[in-house]
Ligand binder design. Structure first.
Ligand SMILES: *Cc1c(COP(=O)(O)O)cnc(C)c1O
Length: 395
């Protein structure tokens, strides 16, 4: 059968079927190729594979059929020419940083990104002579002013963590391109089921597959998606040489996870919206951050740019840290953990966990109040999730 053109299919279908190439065994589910190397028919064939004259597997640091199935599926889902799978979301960010940048280059990064991303830019890239400037996610004048002739890329997450601010990806892509820079979007919170940054002009999409692509909290993995020309010269040789490779087993888990991605994301969005609306009605809650609420400052942009509000809801309790900790400690079912993107609902206090290493001033600047609680809404029955939270709220 001819290879189907998966771009002609809907996201639900792509997530289930793209990237699979059946072996002569006619297996229905994807096989796991647990092999580090591959044999060649002759010395000449080995030589031709190594030079790339004949395509094919060489060694699983950079060629493995199960990992390739994951890469092809995610590339189709994101509408990218190419995906390169790596060992974690941080490995994806490091791969982009180390392979695209050189000493003297400059990066502009939004202030609210994943904590380790900031540490990577500050503690690692800085050592190699790369400078990073930070701007508020929705401060467009700030982005523009921060760009220098040496700026290689702009880096952001949208929605942001934990305040769910939304950046206009198209606008920032235009801004970056006008100044000769690239736009990189970490699409971990929305996944391609809700948002496709490449179609909005971004050049590279980053994933932590650990989150919603797996969806059930089992494996750590990551990916870089973008154009062939760019990735062929940068991230691919980096993977081949440095080796932050995804294991075939993890790739298989992610393939299985992706089969239910659209269904899960719809359900995460449904539960999160219901929870956000309930929270807005609670007198002890000062403010709810959720892109699906009409009260969200970028609600309209979110409606245009995303196919749903996502699974992350955060809210501020009037009673500050004590009230936040009391609420968290009163839950019986919710998991107290900073992870997200799981079918299990998780609850965390950003000011003393994910953002605990920031100074009180930096925390205040980032809008992380002491009374802020973040919930990554899972797929349990929404009445049970609300019931677990009600217990810890003042009457
Ligand atoms: C978790 C996360 C990462 C890092 O991914 P790992 O798989 O944990 O290395 C990067 N970006 C965002 C937005 C994340 O939530």
């Amino acid at each position: 059968m001819d290879e189907l053109d998966w771009q002609q299919y809907a996201v639900e279908t792509q997530a289930i079927r793209a990237g699979q190439h059946r072996t002569p065994e006619q297996e229905h589910s994807d096989p796991i190729f647990a092999t580090s190397s591959y044999v060649f028919g002759s010395a000449a064939e080995a030589a031709a594979r190594f030079t790339g004259q004949i395509p094919g597997n060489i060694y699983s640091r950079f060629t493995n059929p199960t990992v390739r199935a994951f890469e092809e599926r995610l590339a189709v889902l994101e509408g990218g020419e190419r995906c390169i799978a790596v060992a974690s979301g941080m490995a994806a960010i490091a791969a982009v940083g180390f392979s695209l940048l050189k000493a003297g280059d400059h990066v502009v990064c939004s202030r609210g990104v994943f904590g380790n991303t900031t540490i990577f830019f500050q503690n690692f890239l800085a050592k190699f002579g790369v400078e990073t400037s930070y701007v508020g996610l929705t401060d467009y004048a700030g982005w523009e002013q921060a760009i220098r002739p040496s700026t290689r890329f702009l880096f952001l997450e949208t929605p942001s963590n934990p305040l769910t601010e939304i950046a206009d990806v198209r606008r920032l892509a235009d801004l970056a391109h006008a100044k000769g820079a690239l736009l990189i979007v970490d699409n971990c919170f929305c996944t391609p089921a809700l948002q496709r940054p490449l179609a909005l002009g971004a050049d590279i999409v980053i994933h932590s597959a650990t989150k919603y692509l797996d969806g059930q909290g089992r494996c750590v993995g990551g990916a870089v998606v973008g154009g062939n020309e760019l990735l062929d010269k940068t991230v691919y040789p980096y993977l081949r040489t440095v080796g932050p490779s995804m294991s075939p087993f993890n790739a298989w888990v992610f393939l299985k996870g992706m089969e239910t991605l659209s269904l899960r994301m719809k359900a995460h969005c449904g539960n999160a919206l219901e929870l956000a609306r309930w929270l807005e009605r609670q007198p002890a809650v000062k403010r709810v951050h959720y892109p699906g609420l009409a009260s969200h400052p970028q609600h309209e942009l979110a409606q245009r740019q995303q196919a749903g509000g996502g699974g992350i809801v955060s809210f501020e309790l009037a009673g500050g840290k004590d009230a936040a900790w009391k609420l968290i400690d009163s839950t019986r079912m919710l998991s107290i953990t900073a992870n997200l993107g799981d079918v299990k609902t998780t609850i965390t206090h950003p000011a003393t966990t994910t953002h605990g290493r920031l100074s009180p001033e930096d925390r205040a600047n980032a809008g992380i109040a002491d009374g802020l609680v973040r919930i990554a809404v899972g797929l349990e029955n929404i009445d049970d999730i609300i019931g677990d939270l009600r217990r810890g709220l003042p009457e």
